[in-house]
Unconditional design. Structure first.
Ligand SMILES: Nc1ncnc2c1ncn2[C@@H]1O[C@H](COP(=O)(O)OP(=O)(O)O)[C@@H](O)[C@H]1O
Ligand SMILES: [Mg+2]
Length: 340
């Protein structure tokens, strides 16, 4: 065993990924200002987990992923992959990770099998250990093994990108927005494979801007926004912290009195809708509806409002989330509509 390997292994004990103080500033140019895409991120991804990196467009997810993949050079900070510091042990850290990028960057002149062979060559996988056919089978591309990449549909190209990320049997598989704009079949293929690979021991990191997706797939979630980490916790704990609910009722009769009940905020919107916010851990939907009946309000329609990530950030970062809505001009401000 070489010194390099021993050195790496001496601190391999714990995490799949460890990131400390990671910063990235993209240089400006052609009239563009510089951009601080990552502003000092600390992040630890446990081994064996399905880990979600959640954040809206522009949050810095791909920048972080591409730094892990060695495709973007960080400005400062430390990154280690499977215990190997990226700067000290570039080869080992790269070998430990496979990345399915967000962008479809395929050489149009390769067939899927050819692309996998080239990728395996790049990673120094010996011929005897190559499993191109098995991987093509896994991603459902067996019958396209000899088709040129340029003739593949968008969905098939994504499958091929996943296949390429797997050729060197990485410890950590990273999927950058794998389901953005894909059809249901491909989405199911991805999730089936993610679960299967995770059961076989692979650590999975996926980025998404869909809360539901992170919630469905991940054991642990980190949320980033504007290049900063807003929260990191087990999915269960995170959801527990986001127990706010909003019920919107279209009344069938003029409202004389707003419903009142402990733990329920009621406000009437300009559009005539009655907006009720409450915490699901303290108040049940039934109690909210009972308060509405008590106020002699008949319900023509009722719905809950969709969560969006901004609301989640508000819920996680603002100490004022429980403040009553007092600004009638902007009745939706301060209402967090986290529906989980
Ligand atoms: N090559 C680049 N040059 C300059 N700015 C970039 C570059 N890549 C990304 N950015 C900017 O960095 C920020 C983070 O982008 P990105 O990491 O792609 O976010 P996400 O993947 O979460 O949508 C965005 O403001 C984006 O415009
Ligand atoms: Mg991205």
């Amino acid at each position: 065993m070489s010194d390099e390997q021993t050195g790496g292994k001496s601190h391999m004990a714990d995490a799949a990924i460890r990131i400390e103080g990671l910063r990235k500033t993209y240089r400006g140019g052609k009239g563009q200002p510089e951009k601080q895409a990552l502003k000092g991120i600390d992040l630890t991804v446990p081994r064996g987990s399905v880990f979600g990196l959640l954040g809206p467009n522009g949050a810095g997810k791909s920048t972080l992923i591409n730094i892990l993949a060695g495709l973007v050079v960080k400005s400062s900070g430390q990154v280690s992959i499977w215990g190997f510091d990226q700067d000290q042990y570039p080869r080992q850290s790269r070998a430990a990770i496979g990345v399915m990028p967000q962008e479809l960057n395929l050489d149009p002149f390769f067939t899927p099998r050819g692309a996998l062979e080239v990728q395996a060559g790049l990673y120094g996988v010996p011929k005897s250990e190559r499993r191109s056919d098995e991987i093509l089978e896994l991603v459902g591309l067996s019958d396209k093994a000899e088709a040129y990449a340029r003739t593949l549909s968008g969905g098939m190209r994504r499958r091929l990108l996943l296949a390429k990320a797997l050729v060197h049997h990485p410890k950590v598989l990273v999927l950058d927005e794998p389901t953005a704009g894909v059809d249901i079949e491909l989405r199911q293929m991805l999730w089936t494979n993610v679960r299967k690979l995770n059961e076989q021991g692979m650590t999975i990191i996926l980025t998404t801007h869909y809360l539901e997706e992170a919630q469905e797939m991940c054991d642990e979630i980190a949320i980033i926004n504007h290049g900063e980490k807003v929260a990191q916790d087990s999915t269960a704990n995170l959801l527990g912290r986001m127990d706010s609910r909003t019920m919107v009722i279209l009344p069938d009769n003029p409202i004389a009195d707003l419903p009142s009940a402990a733990g329920v905020e009621a406000a009437l919107r300009d559009d005539g809708n009655l907006v009720l916010t409450y915490r699901s851990t303290q108040t049940s939907a039934e109690q909210v509806l009972e308060a509405v009946r008590q106020a002699d309000i008949r319900i023509r329609d009722v719905r809950t409002e969709e969560a969006d990530l901004e609301d989640v950030f508000l819920a996680l970062t603002s100490s004022q989330v429980d403040a009553p809505v007092d600004d009638q001009d902007q009745p939706r401000r301060g209402i967090h509509r986290v529906k989980l």
